[in-house]
Design a protein around this ligand. Sequence first.
Ligand code: 9PG
Length: 564
Amino acid sequence: MVVRARPPAAAPPAPLTVERPGRPTGPVEVIWDLTGDRLRWSVANRSDEPVHVDGVSVVVALGRRPRRFLRHGYQSWSPTGVVDPAAAVDPSAASGSVLLWRAWHQADPWPAPPGEVRSEQVTVHDDPGGGWRLWGFTAARDHEGTVRLAGDRLRVEAWLDCRLEPGAHRDLHDVVTLTGPDPHRLLETWAAGVGERMAARTGAPAPVGWCSWYHWFSDIDETALRANLAAADRWPLDVFQLDDGYQPRIGDWTATNDRFPSGHGRLASDIAAAGFTPGLWLAPFLADPDSRLLGSGGARAARWVDGRRPLVGIVHGTWGGRMHVLDTTDPATLDALERTAAELVAAGWRYLKLDFTYAPTLPGTWADPTLTAAQRLRAGFEAVRRGAGDDVFLLGCGAPLGASVGMVDGMRIGPDVAPRWRSGELHAPGYPGSEPATANALAATLARLWMHRRWWINDPDCVMLRHERTDLTPAQVGTWAAVVGASGGMVVVSDDLTRLDGRALRLLADTVGTARRVDASARAGDGARCPDLLDHAPPRVIVTPDGARLEVDPATGALRVSVP
Ligand code: 9PG
């Protein structure tokens, strides 16, 4: 069915052709209205039987295939960058792609049809009428949204993957289109609207912290932690955060293993006594099948789509194999999550890094099948927030971005850094750019500047200050620190403080100084910008509000700075 619709305000004079989705809709009715630059729509089940709806989409004929299309990644660790749609292959269609990785990096975990590229929640492309055009979902509270492009056909899809009961009616999030000469401005404008609609938490001071992960990884112990705490007093830090490695098992966050004999209360109070906010890592929505959480703790795991086996959220060597996903649609599980967070905060932790939070968005069998992935994720975050209280800083990580707005105070907006520029490994086949590497973290930092102080405080991941036991050159160390500072977001150190020298301290002080200056401006709506986001991938340039321009060579990490 083809419907003629009024073209968006600034579109070329030829009317856009809007089509209903090609597949039969059966008992499902889509009610929609495209007026001006906004699509309003809803979906209803008119039958007497429950219906499972994957997605609802509207196709727009653009008139010609765009030459540049921003592919926005779904999750903290997912790559973002411009592609040429004529040449690009959707990563989900690459050979060797597996369901779990696709589900990490896309709202719809199934492979894209041949010839299609997709972007999550938003895209920007060159407009046949000149300039740039953005398409974006105005929220991701009730469901995710994907923009798919094949040839000149742009399909905006509300991703539901949930049951509609007989007679049920669901409003879908509006889709807007904006045009203008500056693609970054379009993203800023759109993101500000999303942030307002989703009650983004943007008010906290941006933390400066220390994190145990990138020096010790899971081998951290109390001796090393305390040595760093003792050395931390000459560093300009607010938060002192223990990462993965203290827990006896995934899921059993309120206990410690034998490498941390003091236990949570003593650790947190000693950190607080030293003058820092005690921070703790956890992966709240995953649990070891042998954890207390899934036993006497009262939490239940979701099941795989066949309903028979527990849903596995990751197979992790260090953690001991297959980790199950908590069913965040089950009230008893939400209670257990709330109790866990409350217990950690009662022990003294005031900053929680919530990691691997994509877990409840995986496809599976859930106690309440009428909830979408976005709603399952938010139910989990809300339980943690209820337990933690309003004034504890929650940092999201490994999180589907749009659906997390309003849930967290800070958010990791890129893949892990590493003490090397480029990655040697691929941990997600077909998703290059998501592997731990400083160049990958830097690319994400530039590509997602527009989220900062509109959706949360951006966490670009840790600066790498060390000059020994690293593959980064001193110049690359300086480049990454300069970009973290210019981004205006969080600044976190993840080195052994007992081994750093005065050079590192000065570099951190400079980085924090720049970051706080840029952040003050970002709070007023004028943060750092990436002017070449639609020119090439990865982007190379970051411009601070006072006009400093930093240009990074992505191959070498060489930095060119020009100041007005
Ligand atoms: C702790 C780490 C750190 C880090 C997080 C996250 O695919 N993987 O096996 C995988 C491992 C680690 C990882 C992401 C993916 O890093 O980003 O800062 O907290 O967990 O385990």
